[in-house]
Each structure stands twice: as structure tokens, then as C-alpha cells.
Design a protein around this ligand. Structure first.
Ligand SMILES: Nc1nc2c(ncn2[C@@H]2O[C@H](COP(=O)(O)OP(=O)(O)OP(=O)(O)O)[C@@H](O)[C@H]2O)c(=O)[nH]1
Ligand SMILES: [Mg+2]
Length: 233
């Protein structure tokens, strides 16, 4: 296992664009990165491309296309349609409960679950809280990473994200909120014309790299699995 220092060097190299195939080297602490919904799957995919070594990973979605394009070690497609969720988080929540046995199997043995989801999405907002509940039951420390929409996406999405965030908070040990509007302003400080999703993939993935490094370093320092409070600043 690399030392903390070596890991940080690897991390720095990774953010500079070093890329190895997923699973080329796996880190030994049992960290499982779970992406729920299209946005999270894309952003986590980028993280898995650049982080060496990669954590275990699982992609979950109601969209057949998004889940099968996912760059993750394991994938779960919920429901039987290729179309997706129909935009209804209560339906995706029900599908997640129907698949609870498969979800439990994938979550078993994880020490820390990093659960990433777009809160305004029907898949992300509906499924992620169920996954969090199951992961906690399975004994994992659960860190939520909540992607919060731009106000430009409309009142309905913003409201839905707020509701899903409350739900996610109830079932996790802590949540890192990635507010897209604030992130954009801090990084670019100017308006955008089209929805800048590729830039958000990069910003989210950078946050995930740092979070993962923090978890691993805290784990090494304590000689045991860290509590989320020690990791989230
Ligand atoms: N980083 C990133 N964020 C995105 C992208 N597309 C959308 N988002 C953000 O993520 C939120 C959720 O969108 P999705 O992840 O597509 O939704 P979903 O969870 O798949 O749910 P449904 O598609 O509604 O079933 C959106 O409201 C946007 O704020 C993307 O390509 N990259
Ligand atoms: Mg989707």
C-alpha cells in the first residue's frame, strides 16, 4: 500500500491528467463510490478515469443507456424500461426498494460509502436516500455528495432537490453539498450561455478526488475507519 505521501503525489498526478484503466490498481480500504442517476454517473466516471488507485464503484440508474455506458466496476439497472424514470422520484424510490436484495449484496462489506447523486433528478433524488439507508444498515459509514441544481433549471427542480436533500441527510452520516451556482461563480465568476455540464463534471470529479484522499488519509492516521465528521470539513 502506498504511504500517505505517495498517495498524495499520486493524487496530484491524477488531477494533472494521468489516466489508467479502471481497476488497474485498487486501493485496499473498502471505499465504495456509488453514483446514482445520469449526472453522478458521468462525474464519477471521470473520477474513476483519473484517480489512481480507484475505489470500488457502483452505478445505479433507471436509464438503461446511462447505466450501461457507466465506467464503474458494477452496474444496476432499475426497472425494465430503457426510457428511465418518467420523472417521478416516488416511482424510482419504489424501484429501489424492489431491488433491495441486489443493492444489499453490492453494499455488503463496504467500510465507507461515498454516495453521489443529482438531487433534482428523479433517479438521483428518489434512489439515493434508499441506498443510504441500506448502506447504513449494512454497517457502512455513509457520506452523501449532493449535486444541487442551477437556479436557471427552474423552480420545480430547485424545490425537488431541496426535498431530496432533506431525505438524504436523514439517512447518511454527513452530506457534502455541491451547489452548482456557487461552484460556477467561485471557479469562473462570469455568466454562462449554455448549460456547462462538462465543466461541472470536472469540478465535481475534483471534489470527489479530494474527498477520497481525505478519507484514505484519515483512515491511515486513525488506523481505523474514520467517522464522516473527521472527513467532511
Ligand atoms: N455534472 C453534471 N451535472 C449534470 C449533468 N446533467 C445534469 N446535471 C445536473 O444534475 C441534475 C440531475 O440530473 P440527472 O442526473 O440527469 O437526473 P437523474 O438522477 O438521472 O434523474 P432522471 O433523469 O430525472 O431520471 C440536473 O438537474 C443538473 O443540475 C451532467 O452531465 N453533468
Ligand atoms: Mg437520468
Amino acid at each position: 500500500m502506498p504511504s500517505r505521501r505517495q498517495f498524495l503525489q499520486l493524487g496530484a498526478a491524477s488531477t494533472a491528467g494521468l489516466s489508467l484503466p479502471v481497476g488497474a490498481r485498487r486501493w485496499s480500504p473498502p471505499i465504495l463510490m456509488v453514483a446514482v442517476g445520469g449526472a453522478a454517473i458521468r462525474a464519477v466516471g471521470r473520477t474513476l478515469e483519473v484517480v489512481v488507485p480507484t475505489p470500488g464503484s457502483l452505478a445505479i440508474d433507471t436509464s438503461y443507456l446511462d447505466v450501461h455506458k457507466a465506467l464503474a466496476h458494477h452496474r444496476i439497472h432499475l426497472g425494465d424500461g430503457i426510457g428511465g424514470s418518467g420523472g417521478d422520484p416516488s416511482r424510482t424510490r419504489a424501484l429501489a426498494w424492489e431491488a433491495q436484495d441486489a443493492l444489499r449484496t453490492h453494499l455488503a462489506g463496504a467500510g465507507v460509502v461515498v454516495l453521489v447523486a443529482g438531487m433534482s433528478g428523479a433517479a438521483g433524488g428518489g434512489i439515493a436516500p434508499v441506498v443510504a439507508e441500506l448502506a447504513r444498515e449494512a454497517g457502512a459509514e455513509v457520506v452523501g455528495v449532493a449535486l444541487l441544481p442551477l437556479v436557471q433549471e427552474g423552480e420545480k427542480r430547485v424545490r425537488r432537490a431541496r426535498e431530496a436533500l432533506v431525505d438524504l441527510r436523514r439517512h447518511t452520516h454527513g452530506v457534502m453539498e455541491l451547489d452548482y451556482g456557487r461552484m460556477w461563480d467561485e471557479q469562473y465568476g462570469r455568466p454562462f450561455s449554455r448549460r456547462p455540464w462538462p465543466q461541472f463534471d470536472i469540478m465535481v470529479s475534483d471534489q470527489l478526488v479530494y474527498l477520497q484522499m481525505e478519507i484514505i488519509c484519515a483512515w491511515e492516521d486513525a488506523g481505523a475507519r474514520p467517522a464522516v465528521g473527521d472527513v467532511l470539513i
